[in-house]
Design a protein around this ligand. Structure first.
Ligand code: HEC
Ligand code: HEC
Length: 208
């Protein structure tokens, strides 16, 4: 057996201790922690009971956005009893692993839109891209998301039920007609988001 050079051991130790050293999110570990999430986010077309809208798709979503969303449920900026209950059971340190597992592979921008973009989307492009893929990891992907969930979200920002400084300003200017056209447009972008089980167990997801 060749003895391991001392410098190698030393540099490995330094690498592990270096400030800013961050381990990649552990999706396998996240899968064990995300066990209860499938009951709603795994099943294609599963609906929230009241008000009725489809539970958002998380497969392909930006993980940084998902972590932010879970913290917003914890803090109450997003009020939803079930998601509050779910989020408060999760330690902040585990969120990255869980998000990595549920997202699978984050959507990449295609650079082209499917169909004709409604006029009201001109301001959205700067952050959500022309194909509904968020240009920064903190900006959610809207491509392929459920139409009724997108409508519900925009109405919630507009009414102030869902609190976010950026989106409150964006949604304030939208009419009900704009909201419906925008939701239709973004929900039809491909490739799009999926229910988590569609990718993992059924091995299929529309447009991917
Ligand atoms: C009983 C059903 C249910 C369960 C179980 C559940 N969720 Fe949710 N989840 C929802 C609903 C409904 C929403 C949308 C709520 C809203 O309107 O804000 C949501 C929203 C989310 C969002 C925000 C999505 C977006 O596009 O903004 C994330 C992230 C999320 N859930 C993660 C999880 C994780 C992680 C778990 C497991 C620990 C989990 N959920 C378990 C029903 C559920
Ligand atoms: C300056 C950047 C920016 C612009 C411009 C912008 N958004 Fe957003 N959008 C965000 C951020 C950041 C969030 C996440 C906010 C939060 O945490 O609730 C978001 C969230 C959303 C959501 C909720 C997604 C989900 O999964 O819950 C929808 C829907 C949305 N935006 C649609 C739009 C539309 C439509 C427009 C144009 C009218 C627009 N946005 C313009 C940054 C932007």
């Amino acid at each position: 057996m060749t003895p391991r050079p001392a410098w190698l051991a030393l540099s490995l130790t330094l690498a592990l201790l270096a400030p800013g050293f961050s381990q990649a999110a552990d999706a396998v570990r996240g899968g064990k922690l995300a066990y209860t999430c499938h009951g709603c986010h795994g099943i294609p077309g599963y609906r929230n009971s009241y008000p009725i809208y489809n539970v958002p798709k998380l497969g392909g979503q930006h993980t940084a956005y998902m972590i932010a969303a879970l913290k917003e449920y914890k803090s109450g900026d997003r009020a939803h009893p079930t998601m509050y209950a779910q989020a408060t059971t999760l330690a902040d340190a585990d969120l990255a692993d869980i998000a990595a597992y549920l997202s699978g592979t984050e959507l990449k921008p295609t650079g082209r839109a499917v169909g004709t973009a409604p006029k009201a989307s001109q301001t959205c492009v700067a952050c959500h891209g022309n194909d509904g893929v968020g240009i920064l990891p903190e900006y959610p992907n809207l491509a392929g998301q459920h139409k009724d969930y997108l409508e519900y979200s925009l109405r919630s920002y507009k009414s102030g039920v869902r609190k976010n400084a950026i989106m409150a300003g964006m949604a304030a200017a939208l009419t009900e007609k704009d909201i419906q056209e925008l939701a239709k447009f973004y929900s039809s972008q491909r490739p799009g988001l999926c229910a988590t089980d569609e990718i993992r167990e059924l091995g299929k997801c529309e447009g991917r």
